[in-house]
Design a protein. Structure first.
Length: 171
């Protein structure tokens, strides 16, 4: 039984699987998104997210740990430079998997795996979203005296603005 086993063996030996995931992780780091099979994308997510978490704290120890997984100096520079700055405030969930459908040749499920913070399409929508307001029972109600005073304070300002526009129109 597979109780609690997160790792998909992908039909490969341990050395082949380690090499495959290392290469996929390097490509994901350098290109920010890659297309692969769904099973490999899910295995890659489990492999690369702890590395991204380690990259948030730039130290020699963390660099050496990540290098032992990736074996690529350029990927390490990119990860601890550009990527770590973007994901610094994110508490987790650095990757997104989008299913693309089946591949023509062998009918394998394909998927796009990408780094969440480097997608401009979804990033713009989340930046413009208004902050969620919490509601409490009775917290939003104003007293009758407060609302009347607020309306009276706004009325003279509105009249003054109307007078100014009329003066400009007369000139």
């Amino acid at each position: 039984m597979r109780h609690g086993v997160k790792l998909n063996h992908l039909g490969r030996t341990a050395a082949h699987r380690k090499s495959l995931l290392s290469n996929l992780a390097c490509e994901l780091i350098s290109h920010k998104r890659i297309t692969t099979t769904l099973a490999k994308a899910r295995a890659l997510r489990v492999y690369v997210e702890p590395l991204l978490t380690k990259a948030k704290a730039d130290s020699t120890h963390n660099r050496r740990i990540v290098f032992s997984y990736l074996q690529d100096k350029e990927a390490i520079k990119e990860l601890f430079g550009v990527i770590s700055e973007k994901i610094a405030n994110r508490p987790g969930g650095y990757t997104r998997i989008i299913k693309l459908g089946k591949r023509m040749g062998d009918n394998a499920e394909t998927a796009l795996i990408e780094l969440v913070d480097f997608n401009e399409i979804y990033g713009k929508a989340t930046e413009k979203a208004p902050a969620k307001r919490t509601r409490r029972a009775g917290g939003g109600k104003k007293k009758a005296g407060e609302t009347a005073a607020a309306e009276e304070a706004q009325a003279p300002a509105a009249e003054a603005a109307a007078d100014k526009t009329e003066e400009k129109a007369a000139e």
